[in-house]
Design a protein. Structure first.
Length: 183
């Protein structure tokens, strides 16, 4: 019964998130969109707290406090600074995705549950998450004019970027082998 309730809360949260995005597209329905997003997040949190795997709530409380401390100042920005705030929110979302992927990798590695598909999905999640994090921080910095608004380029930039991508893909590919090395 509890598992059905958890899945139902996640499903309802997903529906509310989709409706929230839809309603946020129009000034006439934006308030409804915000309310749907808040309700969806509330249901997602309730579903997570009901999970039987959670035996200790300390880290959840730490995350709640850290999110509140970061969120309160971010909620009081001037309307002219909304683009910067949005870029910071995207950066936090990207960082969260990268950290969740890293945590899942560690958990599945410890339990010997890594498969090629899981490693591939985690690698994509981590690469895209941290790429979103850095790109959104750059966007926020440029919008706030903390860093130069002109394009920041350097010699052999494309080559360096391709080498970094190759290194990330190589690290992701070799991470499947890590499971065997750490045993």
């Amino acid at each position: 019964m509890n598992e059905h309730l958890i899945q139902l809360s996640y499903f309802a949260a997903a529906v509310l998130f989709i409706l929230s995005l839809r309603w946020l597209n129009s000034p006439k329905t934006a308030r409804r969109g915000v309310a749907a997003g808040v309700a969806g997040m509330g249901l997602a949190i309730v579903g997570t707290l009901l999970a039987p795997e959670i035996v200790e709530y300390r880290w959840i409380a730490v995350g709640l406090v850290a999110g509140t401390l970061a969120g309160i100042p971010l909620s009081r920005v001037a309307l002219t600074a909304v683009p910067q705030r949005t870029a910071l929110s995207h950066a936090f979302g990207g960082m969260a995705a990268g950290l969740v992927g890293t945590a899942k990798y560690i958990i599945w590695l410890q339990h010997g549950e890594l498969t090629t598909f899981r490693v591939s999905a985690i690698a994509l999640e981590v690469i895209l998450g941290f790429l979103t994090f850095t790109g959104s921080l750059m966007a926020a910095g440029k919008l706030q004019e903390v860093i130069p608004t002109r394009p920041i380029t350097y010699r052999n930039q494309n080559l360096v970027n391709l080498l970094l991508l190759a290194a990330a893909v190589g690290a992701a590919s070799s991470s499947r082998l890590t499971r065997f090395w750490l045993r």
